[in-house]
Design a protein. Structure first.
Length: 288
């Protein structure tokens, strides 16, 4: 936020600071097919080529004893930094089958067997998914963070959920506050996403409603918090879309109302939207 508009920004420009309550848990080719500029891309946000996630090799097998827990959605196992530090390369576990099932729904860039057992092909597909959605480390491990992100993306991608975003003609940026996901629609068709997002924490919840992009800047300075907000697109008060400056999947964090995005998704949003574009936010982030 520029110095002249610091007061309006106090509602939300601290999108990179503060402690949050637990975070929430189609066509995804739009964002996948829009790589970020080479000069600003990072290894973490690099994505594999292709238009979908997995080739399904389905096996008939007995569900694991934890299958019911997997389908209910993963719980937060602890601070994200700790999870990244202890994850073992290609480790399977209680989340394996849940991840396989959700990747199976999303499409194909590799091979995955829906059997609850880790394999080299499964590991490669999971690693590609982790790289795409900024999950660290991207080592192919079937951890709770990967299971949670896969569940949210798969659920958001279902036609019934996409239809919850009131669009009509023209371009609309959609934010599912409950699932913490975002995507872009043009004339009723998905053109980017769904992808992961992070919105306001308790006391600073991102409001649900329909708005318009009213200011854009490739880099906006936040006076109160002394940080650059890349790919800033404001849609109400001091609340807008921008690239996150912290690890997006750290559930101890939240914004002061802004919609935080991975670098490549912030770029995609910037490319698809313009001043006056519609923004529809709906649902409610758990814990807010």
């Amino acid at each position: 936020m520029s110095g002249s508009s610091a007061a309006g920004y106090l509602l939300s420009a601290a999108a990179v600071l503060g402690l949050a309550g637990a975070g929430a848990a189609a066509d995804i080719a739009g964002v996948i097919g829009s790589p970020p500029p080479a000069a600003t891309a990072t290894a973490r946000d690099a994505a594999p080529a292709g238009t979908s996630f997995v080739t399904v090799i389905r096996h008939e097998s007995t569900p694991s004893p934890d299958a019911g827990h997997e389908n209910a959605g993963p719980a937060d196992p602890g601070p994200a930094a700790s999870r990244r530090a202890v994850a073992a390369p290609c480790a399977g576990g209680r989340w394996q089958r849940a991840i396989e099932e959700n990747l199976a729904q999303l499409g194909s860039i590799g091979a995955v067997s829906v059997d609850g057992l880790q394999s080299p092909a499964d590991c490669a597909a999971i690693r590609g998914f982790q790289q795409r959605f900024g999950i660290e480390p991207a080592a192919g491990q079937a951890d709770a963070t990967t299971a949670d992100v896969a569940r949210r993306i798969a659920t958001s991608s279902q036609p019934a959920n996409l239809a919850r975003c009131a669009t009509g003609q023209g371009v609309t940026a959609c934010v599912d506050l409950t699932l913490q996901t975002a995507w872009v629609m043009r004339d009723g068709a998905v053109v980017a996403g769904p992808t992961v997002a992070r919105t306001g924490f308790a006391g600073h919840a991102t409001p649900a409603g329909t708005y318009r992009i009213n200011k854009r800047a490739e880099k906006e300075w936040s006076d109160p918090y002394e940080v650059w907000l890349p790919y800033w697109q404001r849609f109400i008060g001091g609340i807008g879309f921008h690239e996150t400056t912290t690890y997006l999947h750290d559930t101890a964090r939240g914004s002061h109302g802004c919609v935080n995005l991975l670098h490549r998704d912030a770029v995609a949003m910037w490319d698809h939207l313009e001043t006056g574009a519609r923004v529809h936010t709906f649902g409610r982030r758990p814990g807010t």
